[in-house]
Design a protein around this ligand. Structure first.
Ligand code: SF4
Length: 371
């Protein structure tokens, strides 16, 4: 497995047309568990991972680090979020993020989530101009986790978007509309963060560390190239020149070091590994939701199929069943009671991944209901 190279640091890439370069590996805000956050951030800096994401889980990790390390704030590219398009709420949330993270500015502020570009109207644009003028944010954009292709593509037409955080992984590399939209963003000078880089599915058993398909060949290739399955997935994303950085959940020092090591190795990914990854994606594709949202227009009971699919992915792929069950319980009872009996045949016909939606909805109902 690729190990850290102590002589190297993670390379930097231009963040769109902003004139700023950031590390091609970004520290996902959910990385802070029970570990010593300050030692973890020291290690990130040592490895050249200078791009850090803020989410609620980051707590006071960054503010403490900035306090304990005078002068370090300017060396870090901070990416933060607001969760509204109402300028008053955006202002309140930005002020809170600044205060909690011990900084006077956020480098990249994004509205989360955006699944329809019309959400970004003139009132948002004016607020962004004001926040930039006041030097509270340097760059602005949005996060898209649903209907990404359209949001990416239409985002290029607004003219005031500096960056976008989007779901992207090796499974989506065969989707032409995604690749086209990312290229359009690149041509327009929009920086791109990829999230959900492991492309986890809703399969019942957790994804193996090494794929079963072509097991012998792929495993031996990975061994030959001194690479893990996870590192190969990251490297597949970095192959796309339209991406700036992968925002990665790195729950411990070892994952941070392995991901950084993959980022430092800039040799192109072996073409046979690429092909085998694509085959693996294809063979497990019916358990991967590509977040297009088409299914929801094809169900007369208004079952939030996409949201439930995402909950199932978090519960099975990330192991957060208790938290997810609480989210599931928030689906209004009149809708929840129809999940088992609803007709999903049209949705299944239209689903580009050919997912067994009816079966998965039933499984989600059984697994996530708090009986
Ligand atoms: S149509 Fe299929 S791939 Fe698209 S959001 Fe629905 S379940 Fe996911």
């Amino acid at each position: 497995m690729m190990q850290k190279n102590t002589d190297l640091i993670v390379p930097k890439k231009a963040f769109g047309n902003t004139g700023v370069k950031i590390s091609k590996l970004c520290l996902g805000g959910g990385s802070f568990g029970n570990q010593n956050s300050q030692a973890f951030l020291n290690e990130a800096m040592r490895l050249g991972v200078n791009c850090w994401e803020i989410v609620s889980f980051t707590g006071n990790s960054y503010s403490e680090y900035f306090k304990n390390n005078p002068g370090i704030r300017e060396k870090v590219f901070l990416s933060g979020k607001v969760y509204s398009t109402d300028p008053v709420v955006m202002q309140e949330q930005l002020n809170k993020v600044l205060k909690e993270n011990g900084t006077s500015f956020i480098d990249f502020l994004a509205i989360h989530p955006v699944d329809n570009i019309n959400m970004l109207d003139n009132s948002v644009r004016k607020w962004v101009e004001k926040a930039k003028k006041e030097k509270k944010i340097r760059f602005f954009g949005f996060c898209t986790h649903k209907n990404m292709d359209e949001c990416l593509s239409k985002g290029t037409e607004l003219g005031w978007i500096d960056g976008i955080q989007t779901v992207y992984n090796y499974r989506l590399q065969s989707v032409k509309s995604t690749e086209d939209a990312l290229q359009k963003c690149h041509e327009k000078g929009i920086g791109i963060f990829a999230v959900k880089s492991m492309g986890l599915s809703v399969q019942q058993k957790p994804e193996p560390h090494k794929p079963q398909l072509n097991k012998v060949r792929l495993n031996s290739l990975l061994v030959d190239h001194d690479m893990s399955f996870e590192q190969a997935k990251l490297k597949a994303i970095w192959q796309n020149p339209n991406l700036t950085s992968i925002c990665s959940l790195m729950p411990n020092r070892s994952v941070l070091q392995l991901n950084a090591s993959a980022a430092m190795d800039e040799r192109p990914l072996n073409s046979e590994i690429i092909k085998l990854l694509a085959k693996y994606a294809d063979s497990t594709g019916k358990f991967f939701c590509r977040r297009c949202g088409i299914c929801e227009t094809e169900n007369s009971d208004k079952i939030p199929i996409f949201n439930i699919m995402e909950m199932l992915m978090y519960s099975r792929g990330y192991g957060g069943k208790d938290k997810v069950s609480k989210m599931f319980a928030q689906i209004p009872i009149e809708i929840r009671s129809m999940i088992n009996s609803s007709n999903y045949s049209n949705a299944e016909k239209k689903c580009p991944q050919k997912m067994p939606i009816a079966q998965l909805m039933k499984e989600a109902y059984l697994e996530l209901s708090e009986f």
